[in-house]
Design a protein around this ligand. Structure first.
Ligand code: SAH
Length: 257
């Protein structure tokens, strides 16, 4: 007796198989295009190793799996200047032009982990730079708002992010020292340039229970990556995490925009 499938079942089977074939074709295509998969994996290994090496200072010997997966998904080589592409996945800072430097991937990973992002969180980033950190936050399901003070950098980052499918990230050119009052309050705020002291507007725009992750310290001197947690009663609790070196937070709200 010939094998016979009822038509409805056959239709479903065909539809399911079609999905499988298309999905694997996309996966193969992405793999073929992604010349950097091995380098990105090596970057993740290096981040895991650096996390273990700094555990005594940071208090964490591993980063969350969600953060590591987000880093795995972001094509860092497509967010930095073409001249730096070959070094995209090395665990070290990179120059992005306009005298600005972006953090080594380990610091991006650590700061992201410290933010405790959950899907749907409203997150504010100060210092868009290349857009890499913003993309990592978007991969975690955050609704990302990011501000850059150098117009050319902000424009380039916005264009690159949109081209890579991160169009839901809201970008703005302006002085992040003042935060983004129209979009406040935020579940968390990340500052990727160092002010001497905490900009008061930022803690004001943070929700109760929210976290501010920020490097604090003088331009050439010792800076400390710091987590500031806003308690339910509004009190701010500070925790020093790691000695770091960031470019200075400029602006200061003194210029009208
Ligand atoms: N997060 C970025 C790296 C940022 S480097 C990334 O993932 O690529 C720090 C950035 O902060 C620089 O681009 C610098 O121009 C910007 N910056 C400095 N002061 C600022 C301010 N007051 N407001 C907004 N951006 C600022």
């Amino acid at each position: 007796m010939p094998f016979f499938l009822p038509e409805r079942l056959a239709r479903r089977l065909r539809a399911a198989l079609k999905g499988v074939v298309i999905a694997s074709a996309i996966a193969m295509d992405a793999g073929a295009q992604d010349r950097y998969a091995a380098q990105r994996q090596a970057m993740l290994d290096d981040i895991a190793r650096t996390t273990r090496e700094t555990a005594a200072e940071t208090g964490r010997s591993a980063l969350s799996e969600a953060v590591m997966q987000a880093l795995w998904r972001v094509p860092r080589h497509r967010l930095i200047p073409a001249a730096e592409e070959a070094d995209a996945y090395r665990n070290r800072p990179l120059s992005i032009g306009s005298g600005q430097t972006i953090s080594q991937p380990f610091i991006v990973a650590l700061m992201t982990d410290l933010l405790n992002v959950t899907r749907g969180d409203r997150v504010l980033e100060i210092g868009t730079g290349s857009g890499y950190q913003a993309a990592v936050l978007a991969e975690l399901g955050a609704k990302v708002h990011t501000i850059e003070i150098v117009e050319s950098l902000g424009r380039e980052a916005a264009a690159r992010l949109a081209a890579l499918g991160y169009g839901a990230i809201e970008t703005r050119i302006g002085d992040g020292y003042l935060g983004w009052p129209e979009r406040a309050p935020f579940d968390s705020i990340i500052v990727t340039a160092a002010p001497a002291d905490v900009p008061p507007e930022l803690t004001r725009q943070l929700k109760a229970g929210g976290r501010l992750v920020i490097p604090l310290g003088p331009e050439q001197g010792a800076q400390t990556l710091t987590v500031i947690e806003k308690q339910r009663d509004g009190a701010l609790v500070r925790q020093a995490v790691l000695a770091v070196r960031f470019v200075p937070l400029t602006g200061g709200g003194t210029r009208a925009r």
